[in-house]
Structures are given as structure tokens and as C-alpha cells.
Design a protein around this ligand. Structure first.
Ligand SMILES: NC(=O)c1ccc[n+]([C@@H]2O[C@H](COP(=O)([O-])OP(=O)(O)OC[C@H]3O[C@@H](n4cnc5c(N)ncnc54)[C@H](OP(=O)(O)O)[C@@H]3O)[C@@H](O)[C@H]2O)c1
Length: 317
């Protein structure tokens, strides 16, 4: 079957480590696993990390990439994949598809049956394929970790990325005042169209916020600390611009801040997110939909850093 996979690692030029070609049909590691026909997937920064060799070992190559998918199960039902799978031998006891088991950027993918959620009526496969990683992460950052119900104002850093655009759309839909930073004037315009007040990175906000959504890291963390109100939560799920920021601890204790780390979310959180999107008419921000025949272009677009929202791959084209 056709697939997009890491055939080697290249830290300097991850696109050079990507191969599109034939791979063996999925193997079912256990009797409760099933094979899904993938109709749509979406890319994450995680796929670029994998091509760089972060989180994978050479003996795992070739590894089919992709964490996110919507597709059709063996009984003909349209489903969405929860991408965190039990993984004996992994110190975490779990892994995300493409870390240990082959990923979703293929014609077919094997997953435990319990990882399949029904595609809600009214949600297109391309939309659903954006939700299981970036949107689920943003949902958990806002709800379970960030306790957004207790917040009036939210700051989202680096608002062009997949997690960040999700956080802006969801926080606006939840009725919060949302501020979002981006280095790029065109992206700031688009963030404003989503209902946020868009500002330059580091800009002083008109008010302190109760919740900060951090995926940028070193480049924005000081601004996150300075923008946080008394008792605010700074929730971190990524560090695209560096994972060792300088942290002013005086500000942390004097303002009684909570700095919370999080990764992905639970199946129940994904189910809640799917219902929220279906019922509230919330749809993911899609940068572009690329046919599988041009999946390399999709990776190049993500790597360019010039994306606004999710890059979707259409497996039916
Ligand atoms: N833990 C999890 O479960 C989980 C899940 C999904 C993603 N992640 C992580 O979250 C991070 C975000 O991923 P993503 O795919 O949403 O987006 P991304 O492509 O990594 O981009 C995030 C944003 O970071 C900003 N940025 C990048 N370099 C910057 C710099 N030097 N200075 C200031 N801003 C900079 C950009 O914002 P502007 O261009 O708008 O300024 C960009 O839009 C990644 O590190 C990813 O690994 C974690």
C-alpha cells in the first residue's frame, strides 16, 4: 500500500528523510486491533520531529508517519482515530501512532478497536482528521488543565500553529476574551478574523489573563509570565522555539502562578471535543487540503512555517 514514511533521519533537512512509496499492509499486533481505511489525515509538527529522529530509533525505520486520521472501519462505519495506543515496553505504557506502531499517512492503518470513535453527523472527515492531536491538545489545555470555565481572558502564544489556532477558536467559542500573538502581520489579521485580539509577540496586553496557552516556549515564555494575572494558569504542551526559557521565579510565587505541562488528551476528552464541534458548529482552521499524491508538498508547507491552521491530506485523491 502507498504510505509516507521516515526512511532515515535528517536533523538539518527533515524533508530529505521523507519517502513516499510502498509499505507492507498493516499487521494486527493483538486480536482487538482492526484495520481502518484512511480517508483523511492531518500533519503535525510531531511528523517533522520524527523525520529529524526525535522520539524514534534507527532500528524502527522505516516508520510510517502521521498521528491523525478519519476513516472507515471494517464494518463500514465512518470513524475518527484516538491516536494514543497501549504500548508494552514503552516506559510511558503508551505511544502515539507513528512512534511505535505505524502511523496514519497510508492507505490503511491498524488500531485497537477501542480507539475508534464514531464520526459525528455533520462533521466532514477532513475536519475530524484535524481534531485528535492538535485540537485535542488545545481542548485539554483549555478545559481540564487550564480550568477555562474560571477564566475571563486567555492568551494564546504563536497563534499560527495547529494547537494555537485551535485554542483561539475554542476559547472564543467558549465565550472568553482572547488575545493571541503572532510574529506575522498577515497571521495577526487572520487571528483577528477568528475573534481574538491579535498582538505582536511581547506586546503589553490591555489586561492580565487568567490562562495562557504556550506551545512556543523560550521565545514567548517571559511574556506569558508577565501577562499572567494573580493565580493564572500557564499551560505548556510544546516548545517549538526552545525548551529552556529563563523563568522569573519571583513572578511565579508572587503572582501564585501555576505552570502546567500536558500532552494530548483522553478518549473521553476527544469524544467531548467531537460533540462540542458538531453541536456548536465549530470547525477546525484548515490551512490547506493536499491530495495524498502530493503529500510531500504538504510536508514542505508545514516545514515552511508559513501555515495558518492544519494541513490536511486527502487520502481519496
Ligand atoms: N504535547 C502534545 O500533546 C502536543 C500536541 C501537539 C503539538 N505539540 C507541540 O506543540 C508545538 C506547536 O505545534 P503546532 O503543530 O501547533 O505548531 P508549530 O508549527 O510548531 O508552530 C507553532 C507556532 O510557534 C510560533 N513560533 C515558532 N518559532 C517561533 C519563534 N522563534 N519565536 C516566536 N514564535 C515562534 C509560530 O507562531 P507565529 O508564526 O504565528 O509567530 C508558529 O505558528 C510543537 O512544539 C509540537 O511539538 C504538542
Amino acid at each position: 500500500m502507498r504510505a509516507a514514511f521516515a526512511s532515515r533521519f535528517d536533523d538539518a533537512d527533515p524533508l530529505a528523510a521523507l519517502t513516499v512509496g510502498d509499505q507492507p499492509e498493516p499487521r494486527l499486533p493483538d486480536e482487538d486491533w482492526v484495520t481502518l481505511r484512511v480517508t483523511a489525515s492531518s500533519l503535525n509538527h510531531h511528523d517533522l520531529w520524527s523525520l529529524r529522529g526525535v522520539g524514534l530509533r534507527a532500528e524502527q525505520l522505516p516508520m510510517i508517519l502521521g498521528c491523525d486520521a478519519a476513516g472507515v472501519d471494517p464494518d463500514g462505519n465512518e470513524v475518527v482515530v484516538y491516536p494514543v495506543v497501549p504500548t508494552p515496553g514503552d516506559p510511558r505504557g503508551m505511544s502515539i501512532l507513528s512512534e511505535h506502531f505505524p502511523g496514519t499517512l497510508a492507505e490503511r492503518v491498524a488500531v485497537p478497536r477501542s480507539n475508534l470513535l464514531p464520526l459525528p453527523a455533520g462533521l466532514a472527515a477532513a475536519d475530524a482528521a484535524c481534531l485528535p492531536t492538535a485540537w485535542l491538545t488545545a481542548w485539554r489545555m483549555l478545559t481540564t488543565k487550564g480550568r477555562v470555565a474560571d477564566a475571563d481572558a486567555v492568551l494564546v502564544q504563536g497563534a499560527g500553529g495547529g494547537v494555537a489556532t485551535a485554542a483561539v477558536v475554542l476559547a472564543v467559542a467558549l465565550g472568553k476574551r482572547v488575545y493571541a500573538t503572532s510574529r506575522d502581520a498577515a497571521k495577526r489579521e487572520r487571528i483577528a478574523e477568528l475573534g481574538a485580539t491579535a498582538v505582536q509577540p511581547g506586546a503589553r496586553l490591555p489586561e492580565r489573563v487568567d490562562l495562557v496557552i504556550e506551545t512556543v516556549g523560550a521565545a514567548t515564555f517571559d511574556h506569558s509570565l508577565k501577562s499572567a494575572a494573580l493565580g493564572a494558569r500557564i499551560v505548556v504542551s510544546g516548545a517549538t522555539a526552545g525548551h529552556e526559557p529563563t523563568v522569573n521565579l519571583r513572578r511565579v510565587f508572587a503572582m501564585q502562578l501555576e505552570i502546567l505541562g500536558t500532552s494530548m488528551g483522553t478518549p473521553d476528552e476527544l469524544a467531548a471535543l467531537l460533540t462540542f464541534c458538531a453541536e456548536r458548529g465549530v470547525r477546525p482552521v484548515i490551512d490547506s487540503v493536499v491530495p495524498f499524491s502530493r503529500v510531500g508538498d504538504a510536508f514542505a508547507r508545514l516545514h515552511s512555517g508559513d501555515v495558518f491552521g492544519k494541513v490536511v491530506v486527502d487520502h481519496t485523491a
